[in-house]
Structure formats: structure tokens, C-alpha cells
Design a protein around this ligand. Structure first.
Ligand code: SF4
Length: 719
């Protein structure tokens, strides 16, 4: 076990995992103990099992403690920092002088602090001069981000604090299983129910959250726009909309009204599988409540029509006059720890710090001044995340890639293809603290510090900027990501643009870069965050209180009004058919987080769920002659993967669910469809066509019993 030098003291900080960013006290002594921070007004002391056990990943025996370079025999071998950094700088120079600046790409992550996201974006544009930088947050909430920008003129996951949930009359929660993925948030839904509020959950699975809800609408995967249009049709028909709000604060309603007129309940029942009576009931609950809130998450968003799906739900919130009113409105539940801040400060292909557009001349001029570079040297928009991965090693594509804070071999769609593309690179550099599945393919691996070993700010799903504090010293041999970027910039002769590698100094620069932008952090300081328990952006000056609630009086659009968008239901990119007769949908489970690089190494979490379980309805399993606990092979047009079957009546008969936290033969993303939403470039993780058969070692799946006895082979094929 590597030696971890600890200060024997308690530090107030935050969880390393999801976007709730629960407050915790971390005591480092002989071991690392974690308890919830009862004074942090998000989790109020609550933590989930991932948070409770987070100390275990510090000082884990798998920690990387030295740089690794792939040697002539193909093995990763220990190397000095100087040797590794020199090697990287030399290879990048070779690639760029041969193939141009855009031949080097950067892939970041939604778990990186704001400071890292900022410096990574600057590193790509200033040190490398490449347009090709994007991050795994593109796979998280980019559809809702695009939709809210279109409708409201601004993307902040929740435009209100979580405490508003407790006072909402009705909440429509779409495609999110928060009872498992972020359990401390349930205190707000519990308070809402105690206050007499209602919760309607929309999900193809009767998830832990749906079991707990007042109503559950079990929609067919890929039918969100139809469901939302159907609800709005009923609200208009029954005169439950807010006509004065629509007149005074919005544009574009008439076209939406004409469009949803075609979504009468019987038709919507056919499209979604949700019974007409349940639709009418849900619309009545939404339309008669004094305060209605609509929250979406990855379910409707990770689809090829994800932006339209989010817009369709936003249309309901606008028609109800809910946006900008107390305890009401529309919000997106961001998933990754810094999914919010990570998309605001420049690691996205089309953005500059402060949530500025990279193709906006005024934004470019401002950031160029802060960076002390000519505006013309800042590259334009680059490839989105999957497009970037798809281009790896291709002629005219990216030939060298720096990955920081992401494990794309597990988390990207069409994972086998992505792995193949990574292997075609001239140079793959991975900065990580464990040898992830992606790091295992690298030419160079650089060991980095972890969450509790460095300072840095994160922005949680409410837009609240919080501060993680260094609680333990990093082990000897590792460097922070900021130190890695500064050292590489130095090797490339760009040191004058990267004078700082301390978080606080980088944050000061970020404040200037964000000044005047949509996500304005210029009034936020480390001192204020600590004194106030976090500060909501936008916060344009030191004496500004921060903005916990948005859109009360106006929208940041040219007209000051919100915009409706007429959208139609369209089938998923890949619908089920005779060959692939089921829908596959993917998601998270309580015990694991994202690609599992961290949580699969924590004993308690591993014991809680050692392998992914594929969920299938009993009727579907019976048709395929599959038994609970049996190994089953799922096959899509991209590949096959093997899972143990969990037979449960809590899922639709036409749908199979698989969690995505594992790699190799158990990787759900070997199966998923990389078709992209045309606006957000979000892959369609949530729905594709699949077939299921019992596992046969060496083959796709054994035939059904009748097949083996000479009859027709059986597989899961519901009506
Ligand atoms: Fe809180 Fe999320 Fe961490 Fe669980 S994983 S303790 S919900 S921040």
C-alpha cells in the first residue's frame, strides 16, 4: 500500500462523486474517516454509500505513483517525470509539424474542478493551438444545456435551489432515478410529500424513485416528445395553461399549440405506451397545482432527439407559467460532480470561459485579452466528443490525444470502436490516479492527485460554486493536473501564458476570464465560498449576493422573453425490429459511479454490486426461456456483451436495462448507439435495438431449448 502522509485533522470539504457535491468532514489520521456536513445546505449531513466510503480511494494500493512510458516490448514501464514530459512534448511537436495543430486533441472530464477545466481549455487553445478539445460532459447534459439556452437564453442545470423542491405542489421527474443515484436529494422529495405535494415519475422502469412516487408513467424508450406534447395537448384542451404569462413573457406559443393539437390522448397512448387515463390524470395534477416543477435528466436527454425532448418538457413549464415563479419551473439534474462548472469554462469544443461562445467575436476578444494572446490565434470550434473519438488515428483526424479525468473506453458509446480508434493513435497520454481501461492503452500515463489531495472549486447541479479543500498530502511521485498542464506548457515554450499552477491563482484568472459572460464568477472568491457555504453564479461583483433563482422578471434573451419551440415526436435512430426485437436502455446504480474506475475499487461498493445485472420483465424472459441469475448475451448492431439476468416485473416487457459502470465483456457501451443529436451532439445512450439470448461461451448466445431440440430457436421477443 502506498504511503499516504496525512495531517491528523478534520477538513470540511465535498464528496468526489456526483453533482450534488454533498458537504462532508474528512478526518485524516491513521485512516481516513468521512461524515456528512450537517451545515451544508444541500445534503444537510446526508451522504450515500459512495460518499461514506470515499476515503478508501485515497491511499488505495492501485494508486499510480510514477509516470509510465510504453517501452519497446509494449509494456508500460516506470519513468521519471522529466522523461515522460519530454517524450510527450517531443511527440506532440512531431505530430503537429507533420499534420498541423488540430492533429492533437484533448479530452477532459465533468469531474475536473473549475480551475482544471479552465486551464485545460486554455492549454488546448494556447499551448497546443488546437480546436479539438471536448469532454465527457458532452455525454451527460449537453441536450438540456442546448435546450435551455434556446428557450431561456441561459443554461444553468437548476435555476433555483434544491430547497424549492420541498415546496413544489407537483414535480414531474423525467428519466431520473435519484433515489439510487443521489439519495440525499430524497430529503427534498420527502419534505414535498409531507407538505402535500405530488411526484410524478416518468421512466421505462419502476425504479426505486418511481416506487416512491405518487404516479409512475412507464413510457416506451424514445417517446418523450410524444408524451410531453400529449400532456401539453391536455393542458390546453382543459384550459389549464397560464395565458397571461404566455402573452407577457414568451414567444412562439401559437406554433406549439398547433403542433400539440395532433397529440390527442389515444394517439399518445399508442406512441408512448402510457395509458390515456394516466396521461389525463398527470395533466390534471400538473395543471391544477399552484406550483409545478419539471425536472429532466439523462433519460430524455441522452437521445438522438434529446434537445427536442428537453424543449418539449420546457414547453409545458412555460405554458403553465411556471418558469421564474417560486417553487416552480424547469430544471435539469446534472450527473457528474462538476458537470455544471465543467461546461462553463472552456473544455467544450464550442466554448470559452464564462460560458462564452467561441465563435462570438466579442467573447474571443475578451478572452484573448485575459490570455495575452492575439485573438486570431484562438482556434474556432472543434469536434464534439464522439466525433473527436471517432476521428482518432484517421487521416485528417486527431493523431495524438491527451485524456484528463475521463475513461472513454468504458464511458463512450460504441466502446469497441472507440477502443480501436484509441489504439490507432500515434500518441495517447492519460492523466489519472488509477490505471483505468483507457490508461491501459496509453503510450504515457501520468499519475495525478485526487480530490482530497488538492484545493479546487466545483459547481454543483444548482449552480452553487463550492470549494473542495486539500485534506491530505498527495503521495510522493504524483502531481496535480494543474501542475501537469503547466509543466507541459513549459516544455512547449509557452510558460509565460501558464504562470500559475496553484488552484487559487488559476481561479483568480478564471474570475477575470468569466467577467461579463453568462456564467460570471468574477465576484466569487475562495473566502466568500467558505464564509457563505457556496455562492451561486452569476455573481458579477464582490458585493453581489449571487443568484440562487433565475428568470424571476426577465430572460437573458435579446427580447427578454422565453421562447417556445414546436417539436414533433420522431422515432429513435434505431427502432426495434424482427432481428433486434427489444429496446436497450442504460443507467446508473446506487453503488457505482460513472465508469467505475474509483467505485469498483472500494470494497463495500464492490460487495454491494460485483457485476452488472441486466433487468428483464418475467414475460420477456419466459419467452426467451431465460432464468433469473442466468448469464445472458445482449447483441446490438455494434457488438455483444454478457450480463447476469435479473428478472423483475419493474421494467417494461419491451425493454432491457443494463448499468454502464463496467468495462470489457460487461460493458454496456459495447452495445450503445453513437448516433448524435444534431444540435447537442449527444449520443443515443438511452435507446437502441437489442436481442437477448442465453450465453454460450464462444458464441453470441445458445439457442432456446426448442431450438436445441430441433424446433424454432427462441429469443426475447415481446409483442
Ligand atoms: Fe452525495 Fe453524490 Fe457523493 Fe452520494 S455520490 S455522497 S449523493 S455527492
Amino acid at each position: 500500500m502506498p504511503a499516504v502522509s496525512v495531517r491528523s485533522r478534520t477538513t470540511t470539504t465535498h464528496c468526489p462523486y456526483c453533482a450534488l457535491q454533498c458537504g462532508m468532514h474528512l478526518t485524516a489520521g491513521q485512516s481516513v474517516e468521512v461524515v456528512g456536513n450537517a451545515k451544508f445546505p444541500v445534503n444537510n449531513g446526508g451522504l450515500c454509500i459512495k460518499g461514506w466510503t470515499a476515503g478508501e480511494i485515497l491511499g488505495h494500493p492501485d494508486r499510480l505513483l510514477t509516470p509510465l512510458i510504453r517501452d519497446a516490448s509494449g509494456q508500460l514501464a516506470a519513468a521519471s517525470w522529466d522523461a515522460a514530459l519530454d517524450f510527450i512534448a517531443r511527440r506532440i511537436e512531431e505530430v503537429q509539424s507533420r499534420d498541423g495543430p488540430d492533429a492533437v486533441g484533448v479530452f477532459g472530464g465533468g469531474s475536473l474542478t473549475n480551475e482544471k477545466a479552465y486551464l485545460l481549455g486554455k492549454f488546448a487553445r494556447v499551448a497546443l493551438g488546437t480546436s479539438n478539445i471536448d469532454y465527457n460532459g458532452r455525454f451527460c447534459m449537453s441536450s438540456a444545456a442546448a435546450a435551455t439556452t434556446k428557450a431561456f437564453g441561459l443554461d444553468r442545470g437548476l435555476p433555483f435551489p434544491l430547497e424549492d423542491i420541498a415546496h413544489a405542489g407537483v414535480v414531474l421527474l423525467v428519466g431520473s432515478n435519484v433515489a439510487e443515484t443521489m439519495p440525499p436529494i430524497m430529503q427534498y422529495f420527502e419534505a414535498q410529500q409531507e407538505n402535500g405535494g405530488k411526484l410524478i415519475v416518468v421512466d421505462p422502469r419502476r425504479s426505486a424513485t418511481a416506487l416512491w412516487a405518487t404516479r409512475h408513467l412507464s413510457l416506451r424508450p424514445g417517446s418523450d416528445a410524444a408524451l410531453a406534447n400529449g400532456l401539453l395537448h391536455l393542458l390546453i384542451r382543459d384550459n389549464l395553461i397560464d395565458r397571461s404569462y404566455i402573452r407577457d413573457r414568451t414567444d412562439g406559443f401559437d406554433e406549439v399549440r398547433r403542433t400539440v393539437a395532433m397529440y390527442w390522448p389515444e394517439h399518445v397512448e399508442r406512441l408512448t405506451g402510457v395509458p390515456e387515463a394516466a396521461l389525463i390524470d398527470a395533466a390534471r395534477l400538473l395543471g391544477t397545482s399552484p406550483s409545478a416543477m419539471i425536472l429532466t435528466a439523462r433519460g430524455p436527454e441522452q437521445q438522438v432527439h434529446g434537445v427536442n425532448n428537453a424543449l418539449a418538457y420546457i414547453n409545458i413549464a412555460l405554458a403553465l407559467g411556471a418558469v421564474g415563479k417560486p417553487f416552480s419551473g424547469y430544471g435539469c439534474l446534472t450527473g457528474q460532480g462538476n458537470g455544471q462548472g465543467g461546461r462553463e469554462h472552456g473544455q467544450k469544443a464550442d466554448q470559452l470561459p464564462g460560458y462564452r461562445r467561441i465563435d462570438d467575436p466579442a467573447a474571443r476578444a475578451h478572452v484573448a485579452r485575459v490570455w495575452s494572446v492575439p485573438e486570431s490565434t484562438i482556434p474556432g470550434p472543434g469536434k464534439s466528443a464522439y466525433e473527436l473519438l471517432d476521428s482518432l488515428g484517421q487521416k485528417g483526424g486527431v493523431r495524438a490525444l491527451l485524456v484528463m479525468g475521463s475513461n472513454v473506453v468504458v464511458s463512450a458509446p460504441n466502446a469497441v470502436h472507440v477502443e480501436r480508434r484509441l489504439k490507432a493513435l500515434d500518441l495517447l497520454v492519460v492523466v489519472d490516479f488509477f490505471l483505468s481501461e483507457t490508461a491501459q492503452l496509453a503510450h504515457v500515463v501520468l499519475p495525478s492527485a485526487q480530490w482530497a489531495e488538492e484545493d479546487g472549486t466545483m459547481t454543483n447541479l444548482e449552480g452553487r460554486v463550492i470549494l473542495r479543500r486539500r485534506a491530505v498530502e498527495p503521495p510522493a511521485g504524483v502531481r496535480t493536473d494543474l501542475e501537469v498542464l503547466s509543466a507541459l506548457a513549459r516544455r512547449m515554450g509557452k510558460q509565460r501564458y501558464f504562470p500559475a499552477s496553484e488552484s487559487r491563482d488559476v481561479f483568480e484568472e478564471l474570475r477575470h476570464a468569466s467577467r461579463g459572460g453568462p456564467a460570471d464568477y468574477s465576484g466569487i472568491s475562495y473566502e466568500r465560498i467558505e464564509a457563505e457555504g457556496g455562492v451561486f453564479w452569476p455573481c458579477p461583483s464582490a458585493d453581489h449576493p449571487g443568484t440562487s433563482r433565475l428568470f424571476a422578471d426577465t430572460f437573458p434573451t435579446p427580447s427578454g422573453r422565453a421562447r417556445f419551440h414546436a417539436v414533433r415526436h420522431q422515432p429513435p435512430a434505431e427502432d426495434r425490429d424482427a432481428e433486434y426485437p427489444l429496446y436497450l436502455t442504460t443507467g446508473r446504480v446506487l453503488a457505482h459511479y460513472q465508469s467505475g474506475t474509483q467505485t469498483r475499487r472500494v470494497g463495500q461498493l464492490r460487495d454491494a454490486m460485483r457485476e452488472p445485472l441486466a433487468e428483464m420483465h418475467p414475460v420477456t424472459a419466459r419467452l426467451a426461456q431465460l432464468c433469473n441469475g442466468e448469464l445472458m448475451t445482449l447483441t446490438t448492431r455494434r457488438g455483444s456483451a454478457t450480463f447476469r439476468l435479473r428478472v423483475t416485473p419493474t421494467i417494461r416487457e419491451d425493454t432491457v436495462f443494463v448499468p454502464f459502470h463496467w468495462g470489457g465483456e460487461q460493458s454496456a457501451n459495447r452495445l450503445t448507439n453513437p448516433s448524435l443529436d444534431p444540435t447537442s451532439k449527444m449520443p443515443e445512450f438511452k435507446v437502441c435495438a437489442v436481442r437477448a439470448k442465453a450465453h454460450a461461451p464462444g458464441g453470441e448466445g445458445r439457442e432456446g431449448r426448442e431450438g436445441r431440440e430441433g424446433g424454432e430457436g427462441r429469443e426475447a421477443r415481446p409483442e
